[in-house]
Design a protein around this ligand. Structure first.
Ligand SMILES: Cc1cc2nc3c(=O)[nH]c(=O)nc-3n(C[C@H](O)[C@H](O)[C@H](O)COP(=O)(O)OP(=O)(O)OC[C@H]3O[C@@H](n4cnc5c(N)ncnc54)[C@H](O)[C@@H]3O)c2cc1C
Length: 507
């Protein structure tokens, strides 16, 4: 635990993180629109000049780019208040929530290595390996942990009201094709007790779920073979799927329209700085070595240093590697514990079955195989997470076609007789941002650095949690802690305390 020599705990009051940064800006040169709460004695004429300049810039921008569509990728600040590493759905959601709350009061940059020149209209070449755009876009409230249930519940509400949240004046409102057709988990006799336990937690947390006996399943879904099924859990209003690409696009566009910078660059390293104004509680003579910058490689190959007040690692499957650049996992004390997030390859198969059900929820078979309709013309998406001992090589995104034949097709054909004729039409692979410690998100501050935060390790349920995670990070950074959903248990501290937090309903 580190304290400021000025006498207050850094870690106990996260609002103070922001105040500390504002007082101890890493750069003496502040942006023109920099809001300095300490500058009460500033000459009023200087203050007017400072704000006037910003307004004139804004008017000029309105003339050149009335819809706020374009961002000059060459112009970005070298010093920002909040630096977000990773511009996928998680990083973009955090940027949106923070910028929406603080407006001009915070300079926020998202560093993303996989962008194209035009920052607002996403192209197929962008985000080529990002989990976000390779995901199936499923959302459900059927989890075993209250935190996960509440995160998805809020996210579903956000998706329903997305036009209120993310519309930009003068532009078409965002459309993410939210399809609440439901989520159906099936349990054999072995899994029925766990399903019942989870159901209790879900109901207590306000989830919209219903338990279905074998008879009810037969009546509701006559195309399903439930001979070996004891119980089903059907997620209703807040469960289904949506288009992940469109959600990312909408969050990013909105964040940009509010003032967030997206910088096309790859993070290569962190910059460290001894801060003599902070001392360790247990040993006041121990020096505090903090992080205050990143070294990045820009799109044109130039190496640049970018300085920040607060840094958030939201780099998906790469988060473990990025954290290591900040000595997380290679240092001493709390820094000896690594961020347990790594890429794990998952295959998705796009199939056609002429006699398959036209309307179906996302179905999760007891074998772990999942499927859902991808349109109403008998096309389906399906997949399965492999056993730990059979994890595929994650050095490339090649698809294993035998995996479908051996591990998926037999279960599909057993569960839905009409799927005996199912044929794969195309397929892809993507990376889960897999938390090998307990397969749950790692969200919140690092205990050693007062200005380093994580939002990663979602292990297959990150898309659906993104809107709520963005709000939670905004609260953590600007409101002294979580106010809407308490995510303390999902913090990095559980790794140090060796208290894994297992989620029983991982797909
Ligand atoms: C096949 C598949 C199916 C899935 N299905 C679902 C589902 O149904 N429901 C669900 O909720 N979730 C699902 N997920 C999980 C979900 O997609 C992820 O949890 C979520 O997208 C994570 O978002 P992210 O922004 O953290 O990561 P990403 O989308 O991967 O974004 C991280 C970004 O960081 C950037 N980056 C990495 N390293 C650097 C660097 N050094 N410098 C700069 N930028 C960097 C990357 O380019 C990337 O764009 C699925 C995932 C896969 C692979």
């Amino acid at each position: 635990m580190y304290t400021r020599k000025v006498g207050f705990y850094v870690r106990q009051n996260f609002k103070s993180c922001l105040c500390i940064r504002l007082k101890h800006s890493p750069s003496s040169k502040k942006p023109d629109n920099y809001y300095d709460p300490d500058a009460v004695n500033e000459n009023p004429l200087h203050r007017c000049k400072r704000f006037f300049k910003r307004d004139l810039q804004e008017i000029a921008r309105l003339f050149n780019d009335p819809f706020g569509q374009y961002q000059d990728d060459k112009i970005f600040p070298k010093t920002v208040d909040v630096m977000i590493i990773g511009g996928g759905v998680i990083g973009s959601s955090i940027a949106y929530w923070l910028q929406n709350k603080c407006r001009d009061g915070l300079t926020i940059a998202v560093v993303e290595k996989d962008l194209s020149v035009n920052k607002t209209v996403m192209t197929a070449e962008e985000y080529a390996k990002a989990s976000t755009v390779l995901s199936c876009g499923g959302i459900r409230e059927q989890f075993s942990l209250i935190e996960n249930i509440k995160l998805s519940k809020f996210s579903a509400e956000f998706l329903r009201d997305i036009k209120d949240y993310l519309s930009i004046p003068g532009q078409h409102p965002p459309e993410i094709n939210f399809n609440p057709s439901g989520y159906l988990f099936l349990a054999t006799k072995n899994g029925a007790d766990t399903m019942l336990e989870n159901h209790e937690v879900q109901k207590e947390s306000g989830a919209n779920v219903e338990l279905l006996s074998q008879d009810l399943l037969k009546k509701r879904f006559p195309w399903l073979n439930v001979d070996d099924i004891e119980l089903g859990s059907l997620g209703k209003l807040n469960s289904g799927w949506f288009d992940p690409w469109s959600l990312l696009n909408a969050l990013r566009k909105k964040a940009i329209s509010l003032g967030t910078y997206y910088i096309e660059a790859e993070v290569l390293d962190f910059g460290f700085k001894i801060d003599t104004s902070i001392s360790a509680e247990e040993d006041p003579n121990k020096e505090y070595e903090g992080i205050n910058s990143i070294k990045v490689k820009l799109a044109d190959g130039k190496i640049q240093q970018l300085t920040f007040g607060i840094c958030i690692i939201a780099a998906g499957a790469e988060s473990g590697n990025i954290a290591q650049m900040a000595k997380v996992g290679t240092g001493k004390g709390f820094l000896a514990t690594p961020l347990p997030v790594e890429p794990r390859k998952r295959f998705v198969y796009y199939c056609h079955a002429p006699k398959g059900p036209a309307l179906s929820p996302m179905v999760i078979d007891p074998s772990g195989v999942y499927f859902r309709p991808d349109s109403f013309d008998n096309h389906y998406l399906c997949g399965k997470s492999p056993k730990d001992s059979e994890e595929p090589d994650s050095s490339n995104l090649d698809v294993d076609h035998d995996f479908f034949e051996k591990e998926i097709w037999p279960h599909l054909a057993h569960r839905v007789p009409a799927f005996e004729e199912i044929k794969v039409k195309s397929s892809w692979a993507g990376y889960y941002d897999y938390n090998w410690y307990d397969q749950n998100a790692i969200v919140g501050p690092h205990p050693s650095y007062f200005n380093l935060f994580f939002a990663t390790g979602f292990s297959g349920h990150g898309i659906q949690q993104a809107p709520a995670i963005g709000r939670a990070m905004m609260e953590m950074i600007t409101e002294s802690g979580y106010n809407s959903i308490d995510l303390t248990r999902l913090g990095f501290s559980r790794l140090i305390a060796e208290q894994p937090l297992y989620e029983k309903n991982i797909v």
